[in-house]
Design a protein around this ligand. Sequence first.
Ligand SMILES: [Zn+2]
Length: 266
Amino acid sequence: MTHPTTVVLARYAEGGRGLDDAALWSIEVHLDACAECREQLAAESTPATAELLDRVAVSLDQVIHTSPLPARRRTRAGAAHRRLLAWTLLPWLAVTVAVLGCGVLLNSAEPSLPSLVLLLAPVAPLPGVAVAWSQRIDPVWELIATTPAAGLAMVLRRTLAVLVVVLPALLMAGVSTGTSLALVLLPCLAFTAATLALGAFIGVRRAAIALGVAWSAGVLLPSVATESLSPVLQPGSNAVWVATTVALAAATPFAATRFRRLASGN
Ligand SMILES: [Zn+2]
């Protein structure tokens, strides 16, 4: 770091006499980061500046003590945003629950079909997760992306909001059709973790679409077409799903910093 010279700091303290805009700007940026120079500047300040600073401090103190607290407005904005997100998510979650309900009905009407609840479970949370983190439908996305809460923490919070609705729906569908609950819940969690891990690189929305298409083409449609459940959903595959979920969940925090940098399309 190159510190401004004493002469330059002294001129800055006197109001920037003889310094051009670029020099003033670079001194200000430097002062922002350098405590040493801030101390030196305080020592260089003229009696007039010191008096002005004192007056500003006193009047700021008065304004702060007589103004209402700003916290209420912030909370209201946060609550409004949460309401907005809930309204955006609700239709998607309703569709997910309805599709699961149709799966249960189809299975009871056509018992020869492989369990549709098992086949739909991995992709059930994906539309909700994609929508919860889509800047296209989030009118305050830019505002959120610049806040310290952006990034992985926000992705996790929103994903949790989706799972709070999807997991009980899956449990109910699993119980009503008598399918293995472990094979309903584990693939659902594994695909959610995979969406976040892959989403760190290509965007959550694209990751959700890619995984949904891959599962539909590789497992769902062939299972329905051949009327036999894919080997990946047979009871023996529990251990593989547990290992996959744990590995993906453990990998996601390592990609955390990437969530801040995703520019578009997520
Ligand atoms: Zn300095």
